[in-house]
Design a protein around this ligand. Structure first.
Ligand code: MEV
Length: 313
């Protein structure tokens, strides 16, 4: 049996803008998806998907998941046409939009196949295979989700718009930053939302260029503020990033409500994260006591569930 794992993630800055070559910052989270692969005598692959989920997530993504598994197998050169495999997915990462659940499953599967078939691939190749898997979920992934899932930690990521490999580097901070992830419980279609943003960009390129420029300045300031441990400044920049995402029309009432609850209860900054129109909101807190208060308010409010975590060190 071969086994592997992939981290969940939260995008701190840059969802959607990253698709068009702007830099983004993402944090891997501790929760993981695990995969086990065993070889079978019969052809094809079978799947036992035991990952925890928000209601309906796995059914909604099932067709995309099939394409994704086939893409990973093809990229790694694993031929199941004569002797097949059985795949078991599990772990503590809840399948819900915004956590990079699709990327985490691709990464865990690539690791498990690597182990079972002694392929000898390194993390870079696992990341590439997971990227091909991500294409099953939406045609034009930037690659940030699979990269954060493969490497964990805090990652600065830039997509190569000419189809070359992305540029990314791990970022280590002197201090860890307290943050909260709250789920709306709504499953979004990344294909649809990314497609809508593309249509808006094509309809009004000047508008898109101008907010992209603002975003690019903002994410560079955010990286400096994180390095200087200026948490209040990071929070202000998150708030502005949320407004830019509202302009892209990828936020929604449920996300905006969670953002307001977090800010009203002491968050220094809050924004939607990931695809949007559902999925997750993230907020940062100056100290742990404040993080607990914000999380409790979100739990009393409309959040489907809340995770308290940290990134940076
Ligand atoms: C989804 O987690 C992030 C998006 O920017 C899409 C992508 O980067 O592929 C919306």
């Amino acid at each position: 049996m071969g086994a592997g794992a992939g981290h969940g993630k939260s995008i701190l800055f840059g969802e959607h803008f990253v698709v068009y070559g702007m830099p983004a910052l993402a944090a891997g989270i501790d929760a993981v998806t695990t995969a086990k692969v065993t070889q079978k005598e019969w052809p094809g692959w079978t799947l036992d998907d035991q990952r925890p989920e928000v209601a309906g997530y796995k059914t909604k993504k099932m067709d995309e998941q099939k394409t994704s598994i086939n893409n990973v197998l093809k990229h790694l050169g694993v031929d199941v046409s004569k002797r097949g495999i059985h795949i078991e997915l599990g772990g503590d990462l809840i399948c819900a939009s915004g956590f990079g659940a699709s990327a985490a499953s691709c990464v865990s599967l690539a690791h498990a196949l690597n182990e079972e078939f002694n392929l000898g691939f390194d993390k870079a190749k696992i990341n590439e295979a997971a990227y091909e898997g991500e294409k099953g979920y939406h045609g034009t992934p930037s690659g940030i989700d699979n990269t954060a899932s493969t490497y964990g930690g805090l990652v600065w990521f830039v997509r190569d718009l000419d189809g070359g490999p992305p540029t990314f580097r791990p970022i280590t901070l002197d201090n860890s930053v307290n943050f909260i992830i709250a789920s709306t419980g709504i499953t979004a279609s990344t294909t649809e939302v990314v497609g809508d943003v593309r249509a808006k960009k094509e309809a009004d390129p000047e508008w898109f260029n101008s907010i992209s420029k603002e975003y690019e300045t903002l994410v560079n300031e955010a990286l400096s503020a994180l390095r200087d441990n200026e948490v209040a400044k990071v929070g202000q920049l998150m708030n502005r990033n949320h407004e830019l995402l509202q302009e892209l029309t990828v936020s929604c009432k449920e996300l905006d409500d969670l953002v307001s609850i977090a800010r009203d209860n002491g968050a220094v900054g809050a924004k939607m994260t990931g695809t949007g129109r559902g999925g997750n909101m993230i907020a940062i807190a100056s100290v742990e006591a404040s993080r607990n208060k914000i999380a409790a308010a979100l739990e009393r409010g409309r959040a489907a569930f809340v995770i308290k975590t940290s990134f940076g060190v």
